[in-house]
Structure formats: C-alpha cells, structure tokens
Design a protein around this ligand. Structure first.
Ligand SMILES: Cc1cn([C@H]2C[C@H](O)[C@@H](COP(=O)(O)OP(=O)(O)OP(=O)(O)O)O2)c(=O)[nH]c1=O
Length: 198
C-alpha cells in the first residue's frame, strides 16, 4: 500500500521544492518549540528537523513518512535563525555583508507508525554577500522580506542582487537540499517504502 507522505512545514518554498520531484504529499505544519541543546550547526539543524518531524508524527494515527527541515545561517560561530525584529535583522545583515557565511539545512524523515527516524542528514552551502551600505540594508529590511528567513535574507528574492556567489546547493539555502533529499527518497523506495517519485 502506498505510504502517506507528510511535509511538516509551513514554508511555501519547501512545498514548492518538494512538488518539483513529483512526490504526492500533504502538509501538516509543526508547532514544535525550537529548543537548541547542541552546539555544532550540523547537529542543531538535525535536532530541530527531528523536533518538527516528531511533533507532526505524534499527531498521525495511521502510517506515513514525515519530512521536516530546518535552516540556519552561521557566521563567525554566531547562529542566526529568523530575526525577531528590525534591529536584529539589521545586526544580522550588517555581519553578513562583505563576508562569506554558511547556510545549514538539516532534514529528518520519520516513520510515523514507529515514531522513528528513518534518515537524517544535513547540507552546508557557503554564501558570499557583497558589501552593502547602511541605506541598502535599511531599504531591504523595509521590504519585510527578511522576517520569515534565517539570517534575515532570501537569496531567491530581491536580495539576490547582493549575492556574489555560492559554493554548494542553492536549494539548500532556500530551505531544502533537494538533490540529496531525492537521492535519500530513492533509496527508501529501494528498501521497500512505497510512494510515487519522478
Ligand atoms: C538563507 C535563506 C533562508 N530561507 C528560509 C528557509 C526557511 O524557510 C527559513 C528558515 O526557517 P526554518 O525554521 O528553517 O523554517 P520555517 O519556519 O520557514 O518553516 P517550517 O519550520 O514550518 O518548515 O528561511 C530562504 O527562504 N532563503 C534564504 O536565502
């Protein structure tokens, strides 16, 4: 019998990316309290992805595979999630301009019937941001684009004009390392999990 696939995310970008690989899935947003107990960025994103996946898996009464992800920006050992206000967005963008930082996304795939992780992984992408003036940072914050994004920017939107380059997966920066996820889903199919995939 085909497995129900659930994306545990309220992010429109993650939904759009998952649609690209022909997966038939539904969305249940997680409400997990994002509590960080780890120190390394790779462990943090996998811990938070696990927390989101578990939160949604617990609400399911039937079988299914839950996919959850978490993205953070790291510069000089500082971990940046979504900015809580304009001041924090300004602080984040001031640090990122004229520098290279890392974006980590962790993914957790959980078997809802066993409440067990099936696969967990992360990817890291280096992002080079151009020098920005104070006014450019303020004008960008005024667009409100930063507030639902880790590190206070979205590479896929108007902030793209300040990106010098990246090293690694672009999709990973936008919130889901699609190539790696596709590979992991293919290997789950080979192991006997039944779902459609292009
Ligand atoms: C750096 C960067 C982040 N982001 C986004 C990806 C994530 O959606 C978000 C980081 O917050 P997350 O907590 O990872 O995810 P979320 O709150 O958007 O969604 P959910 O927990 O329901 O899955 O930042 C971009 O869209 N573009 C970028 O360039």
């Amino acid at each position: 019998m085909k497995k129900r696939i659930i994306l545990a995310s309220g992010s429109p970008r993650r939904k759009e990316m998952l649609e690209r690989i022909g997966l038939d899935f539904e969305i249940i947003k997680s409400n997990c309290k994002e509590i960080i107990t780890k120190t390394n960025p790779d462990e943090i994103v996998m811990e938070l992805a696990l927390c989101k996946a578990k939160d949604v898996a617990q609400t399911l009464k039937e079988e299914g595979l839950v996919i959850a992800a978490d993205t953070i920006v790291v510069y000089d050992k500082k971990i940046m999630g979504k900015p809580k206000d304009e001041k924090e967005a300004f602080e984040m963008l001031s640090l990122l301009q004229n520098n290279t930082h890392e974006v980590y996304t962790g993914v957790c795939i959980m078997d809802a019937s066993k409440k067990e992780e099936v696969v967990s992984f992360y990817e890291k992408t280096d992002v080079y941001v151009c020098e920005m003036t104070k006014k450019q940072i303020e004008d960008y914050i005024a667009t409100k684009d930063p507030f639902d994004k880790a590190g206070a920017y979205g590479i896929q939107g108007i902030f793209g004009k300040y990106i010098k380059g990246i090293n690694g997966s672009y999709d990973n920066v936008v919130g889901l390392p699609l190539g790696r996820l596709y590979k992991e889903l293919l290997s789950l199919k080979e192991k006997g999990y039944d779902f459609d995939l292009d």
